[in-house]
Design a binder for this molecule. Structure first.
Ligand SMILES: [Zn+2]
Ligand SMILES: [Zn+2]
Ligand SMILES: [Zn+2]
Ligand SMILES: [Zn+2]
Ligand SMILES: [Zn+2]
Ligand SMILES: [Zn+2]
Length: 459
């Protein structure tokens, strides 16, 4: 029983120092002992401990109450307020995290630049001693405080490294101590109540036992007293017994004032007080260690790219909380669960993303604004051409680039030459006075030339 208690206490103590603790074949192996404790007890780690005498060897030390090492542990605990730095080792693949969160529809991630800063939280390790019935029980309790709140946390789930002082910019530890202490009291309340209730039950029994014990002795007196009183009554009925009556009355007074009876009553009182004292619960709590725990929070630039366009988007990732920043549609601000890169590099949701009816590329609301004045199709900036004559935007297919001027002219602003069938803008066609038809400059000058020649050779 005793050895079990020592074993639990010692292993919990080294666990709270973040040592590697293993129990195998009756031997407790303790590795990675922090320098602060090695120095304190003057012994280098690792350690091997046993708790039953049979297991001892030159390497294995048997610990029992009174051992030097147990004393060292208690002294170390008395030193209180030691601060330890621990780092949670995270090295996440940001790309994997991104791919868990979003679907890449028409682009790839080509590069991620990763920066980090440290987030901090605290662990307060308290040791509470319950003392009652000549027995001592010690309980180690860890309370974690993060962002000014108590949190549930299991350090064992993570890979832990020894922290470096230069990484830590955390000073107001004291501010959170009170919070942790209140939580500790709350956590201990149940245990305290349980122990107190047990104790008061045992105490009630003990008091009853004491009272019963003294009652039998005291009853002996009252029994004798009763007998004397009855005898007296009998004598008083008769005559001439004055001497005897006087003697019995004397005996009664003596019995009532008997110092033995007084002594018994005092003894009883003392025993009850002693039992109350023995069954009282004494609780002492001390802060054994404060640990500053930190871990990296990432801030990244993510490069989304497809053949045509690229876009850099900021991304934050907290690997402990498993929280990350979101992506939003550049047009309507909706949260995205997929990445569609608009052909101008905007992020777009399905509602805002549409295909250009001319080139079939995906565009967002901002980029797919033009409507062809001729066929009514929604077209992108690249596919829309402005007619230099009427000023309207139209699909490329409806527009011709003029040979000489290089101007863009739409079909509505073009007409065919009645003679050669070529397309010309309306301004370039002339009406042939002879036929009354629209004729291009070339055909017109040819016609005029022929006519002139005809006129010359007419005579
Ligand atoms: Zn949208
Ligand atoms: Zn287009
Ligand atoms: Zn766009
Ligand atoms: Zn036009
Ligand atoms: Zn069109
Ligand atoms: Zn022509």
């Amino acid at each position: 029983m005793e050895s079990e208690r020592v074993k639990n206490f010692v292993s919990k103590f080294f666990e709270s120092l973040q040592c590697e603790v293993n129990f195998k074949g009756g031997v407790l192996f303790v590795k990675n002992v922090p320098e602060s404790f090695e120095k304190f007890c003057g012994r280098k780690g690792s350690y091997k401990f046993a708790f039953e005498k049979g297991v001892a060897s030159s390497e294995i030390e048997v610990l029992s109450s009174g051992s030097f090492l147990l004393k060292s542990i208690n002294d170390y605990l008395d030193g209180r307020g030691q601060t330890t730095l621990l780092k949670i080792n995270f090295n996440p693949e940001i790309k994997e995290e991104l791919e868990k969160k979003i679907l890449l529809r028409n682009c790839k991630i080509t590069n991620i630049t990763k920066k980090h800063q440290n987030n901090f939280f605290l662990r307060f390790s308290f040791i509470t001693t319950f003392q009652y019935l000549n027995d001592k029980k010690q309980v180690l309790t860890n309370v974690f405080v993060k962002d000014g709140k108590i949190i549930d946390f299991d350090l064992e789930k993570y890979e832990i490294l020894e922290g470096k002082k230069r990484d830590v910019a955390f000073e107001n530890v004291q501010e959170f101590y009170k919070l942790a202490k209140n939580k500790l009291n709350f956590l201990l309340e149940e245990k305290v109540q349980e122990v107190s209730q047990n104790l008061s039950k045992i105490l009630d029994k003990e008091i009853k036992r004491v009272k019963q014990h003294y009652e039998t002795h005291i009853q002996e007196f009252s029994g004798s007293l009763e007998k004397l009183k009855n005898k007296l009554k009998g004598l008083e009925m008769k005559e001439g017994e004055e001497d005897k009556i006087l003697k019995i009355k004397k005996d009664i007074i003596n019995l009532k004032n008997n110092p033995e009876l007084e002594k018994l009553k005092k003894e009883e009182e003392f025993c009850i007080k002693d039992e109350i004292q023995k069954h009282s619960l004494d609780i002492k709590t001390r802060l054994m260690n404060t640990t500053i725990i930190y871990y990296p929070v990432y801030s990244c630039d993510v490069f989304f790219k497809n053949e045509e366009n690229a876009r850099i988007v900021h991304f934050e990732f907290d690997p402990l909380e498993k929280k990350s920043s979101d992506f939003f549609c550049d047009s309507c601000n909706l949260k995205l669960d997929e990445i569609i890169l608009c052909s101008s590099g905007h992020l777009t949701c399905r509602n805002c993303g549409e295909r250009c009816e001319s080139c079939n590329e995906i565009f967002c609301n901002i980029c797919l604004k033009k409507v062809c004045a001729q066929c009514g199709k929604k077209i992108c900036e690249k596919c829309a051409v402005r007619c230099s004559k009427c000023g309207k935007f139209k699909c490329k297919s409806h527009v011709k680039i003029m040979e000489f001027s290089g101007d863009a002219v739409c079909e509505s602003c073009l007409k065919r030459c009645s003679y050669c069938g070529g397309l010309f803008d309306l301004d370039s066609l002339k009406i042939d006075s002879a036929s009354g038809k629209d004729v291009c400059f070339k055909c017109l000058s040819k016609e005029v030339g022929e006519k002139t020649l005809k006129d010359i050779f007419k005579d």
